[in-house]
Design a protein around this ligand. Structure first.
Ligand code: SAH
Length: 266
């Protein structure tokens, strides 16, 4: 891996994607939180017309496509993605495709959701994931699907959305699931969400030109950020940032396509 020493906010030059890179930036020692113990699993309640075979097939395809973390696969198998999209799109809900959720936004492909959560848990390069996630900040609630997948794996999920209509849609989608460990926030996720910090993980479903410094500040020691970041040509890549007392490392992984990270509420 090539070495890169990012400043923060981290900016990328993504000339020749995919181009893995990692580097270390020393950070001053300070007191911070650590991973919290994992919560018991909360399977999504069943629905009479839930197309279980289709979801099971989706999980098989995720595994065949390189998702190795059994806990992530289990969570992807537990959450009824078809309940988060319009009825007209429900038949496509278990295909590996992004789907519109209104206001020009999309629910990410299942393979991207699974890949990012696997990275968030530390399951990089075939290493086994170390254990349950503590508190997680989910930037870009959208319809709430990813927040619910995260809720299967993390003690607490703080999920923030800047568009009021989507925040309310997510509220409606989550109400019947009665997940006590998911907190939906209407706000600008570019500033993170300080009240829930420090986070064991921060995951973003929208890509800016840099990882906001607030996210790094609100990350616990030993925590990880997984986010799309656009390079100079506008092309996005998945970035994994790890914050340790020895320094901050950043790895630039594969090319991705996410909606833009925007500031302010709407
Ligand atoms: N994880 C979502 C994906 C939604 S698409 C899901 O499972 O449905 C990404 C979302 O990020 C959009 O809803 C967009 O409005 C939101 N977004 C973009 N910039 C944001 C910001 N600064 N703060 C919070 N949300 C933001």
């Amino acid at each position: 891996m090539a070495t890169q020493r990012p400043g923060f906010p981290a900016r990328l030059d993504l000339g020749g994607l995919p181009r893995p890179a990692a580097g270390a930036v020393p950070r001053p020692a300070a007191t911070g939180g650590a991973n919290l113990p994992g919560a018991p699993l909360r399977p999504a309640p069943g629905v009479a017309r839930d197309p279980i075979p289709a979801r099971a097939r989706m999980v098989q395809q995720l595994a065949a496509g390189g998702v190795h973390d059994a806990e992530v696969l289990r969570a992807m198998g537990a959450v009824e993605r078809h309940r988060f999209v319009d009825e007209a799109l429900a038949r496509q809900a278990y295909e590996d495709t992004a789907l519109p959720i209104g206001l020009g936004q999309t629910i990410s492909k299942p393979s991207v959701v699974a890949r990012m959560i696997e990275l968030l848990r530390g399951g990089v390069q075939g290493q086994p994931a170390p254990g349950p996630l503590g508190r997680v900040l989910d930037i870009g609630t959208g319809c709430g699907y990813q927040a619910v997948v995260l809720a299967q794996l993390a003690t607490e999920v703080y999920s923030i959305e800047r568009l009021r209509a989507l925040h309310e849609k997510a509220r409606d989608n989550l109400r019947p699931l009665r997940l006590a460990n998911v907190h939906l926030i209407l706000g600008d996720g570019m500033a993170g969400f300080a009240k829930g910090a420090p986070y064991a993980g921060i995951i973003a479903a929208a890509g800016g030109e840099a990882v906001p410094e607030a996210w790094v500040d609100q990350l616990a020691w030993g925590g990880r950020i997984v986010a799309p970041v656009a390079g100079s040509g506008g092309r996005q890549a998945l970035v994994v940032i790890e914050k340790t007392r020895q320094g901050i490392t950043q790895a630039v992984l594969e090319a991705v396509h996410f909606v833009p990270l925007k500031s302010g509420l709407a």
